[in-house]
Design a protein around this ligand. Structure first.
Ligand code: ACO
Length: 333
């Protein structure tokens, strides 16, 4: 909805919540499962442990707990919601969407609901989508969730991938904020040509589930780590520079940088390029590993809980992942 100055309605975060499953899988536990070591995992990735969903927990359960917290923080209930977007690559099932399962559980009777698939960039893609609905006035509020249960699609006999992933969910409620605050710019993108570096082949319409597909381990993540690493370093630099420019901001204006938590070495390379000191960067990859769509919101919400975010701060978020995709955003808190 345009205001009197004919600019778009300012939209920001009015409530946030997170959830990680109780069970912790440490590097020492993984040493007993595959040929790896705590030293290798910490030095190559920065990961020390990750949270793994209980057998009876699925993505919508993680998302639900995060959503309840976010709604409470916003002083709202499910019935107030206009829109629910769940970014995930591990939905409970193909359909109904995880967003529809949540809509029912939250009693969000008037909300439109859909899932969004952009892997680890999903949360930022989801924010951009919801912000557009809100800025134009089509909806007044939205619940955007990044939630994934990567443990369900991880082959725990493949040391190349099983040390890297964890489960979790982060949720935000978006709504109108004072003029000058809220989301300033987005930079979303994709390089479909790199899709073959990171994928899950089985269970879709190309390779439906069969005994053969299970035996060939086609229901687990395949990743060419080196190629994804190179892509990540490249786009973390280019996307952050572009989104800052779109927002009319400079590197020096960034108060807090919230990168996708996949690998500490990728985060360090982005910090160098953006010339950011450690106190301006959120890192929790050591505790949660790569939680895919949940990674950026988990880091954002943890920073909030730790009192690291203040009114008027300029926050730079960036995600990258399967697709290949990236998404960056500048947010004035
Ligand atoms: N323990 C011990 N050794 C290992 C392990 C392990 N867990 N995993 C791999 N190795 C070995 C490899 O076999 C290889 O051995 P070789 O040289 O004898 O073949 C050696 O370690 C080095 O392998 P590299 O691939 O060169 O290791 P690298 O330093 O690149 O680190 C890693 C690998 C951590 C996967 C890194 O490439 C990376 O982080 N890539 C990016 C992943 C990512 O960010 N994904 C995000 C998207 S995920 C999503 O969207 C769901």
């Amino acid at each position: 909805m345009r205001n009197m100055n004919n600019s778009l309605r300012p939209v920001g975060i009015v409530g946030a919540g997170k959830y990680v499953p109780e069970r912790i899988l440490t590097n020492q536990d993984l040493e007993k499962m595959v040929d790896t070591s705590d030293e290798w995992i910490v030095s190559r990735t920065g990961i020390k442990e990750r949270h793994i969903a209980a057998p009876e927990e699925a993505t919508s359960d993680l998302a639900y707990h995060a959503a309840v917290q976010a709604l409470e923080a916003a002083g709202m209930s499910g019935s107030d919601l206009d829109l629910i977007i769940v970014a995930t690559v591990t939905p409970d099932m193909f359909f109904p969407s995880t967003a529809c399962l949540l809509q029912d559980r939250l009693g969000a009777k008037k909300a439109a609901a859909f899932d969004l698939s952009a892997a680890c960039s999903g949360f930022v893609y989801g924010l951009a989508t919801a912000v557009n609905f809100l800025q134009t006035g089509m909806y007044n509020n939205a619940l955007v969730i990044g939630a994934d249960c990567l443990s369900r699609i991880t082959d725990y006999s493949d040391r190349n991938t099983c040390v890297l992933f964890g489960d979790g969910a982060g949720a935000v409620v978006l709504g109108e904020v004072p003029e000058g605050r809220g989301f300033q710019a987005f930079d979303l993108g994709a390089e479909g040509a790199g899709g073959a570096h990171l994928y899950l082949e089985g269970g879709g319409s190309r390779v439906p589930a069969s005994l053969e597909s299970i035996e060939a381990k086609k229901h687990a993540i395949f990743m060419n780590g080196r190629e994804v690493f190179k892509f990540a370093v490249r786009v973390m630099g280019s996307a952050t520079e572009r989104v800052l420019e779109k927002a009319g901001a400079a590197k020096g204006d960034v108060d807090l940088f919230i990168p996708h938590q996949a690998n500490i070495r990728i985060i360090h390379s982005a910090m160098e390029r953006l010339e950011l000191p450690p106190e301006k960067v959120v890192v929790n990859v050591d505790k949660y590993a790569n939680t895919s769509a949940a990674s950026v919101p988990l880091a954002l919400i943890e920073a909030l809980e730790e009192g690291r975010i203040h009114e008027g701060d300029t926050i730079l978020m960036v995600g990258f992942g399967g697709g290949l995709t990236w998404g960056a955003s500048v947010l004035k808190w």
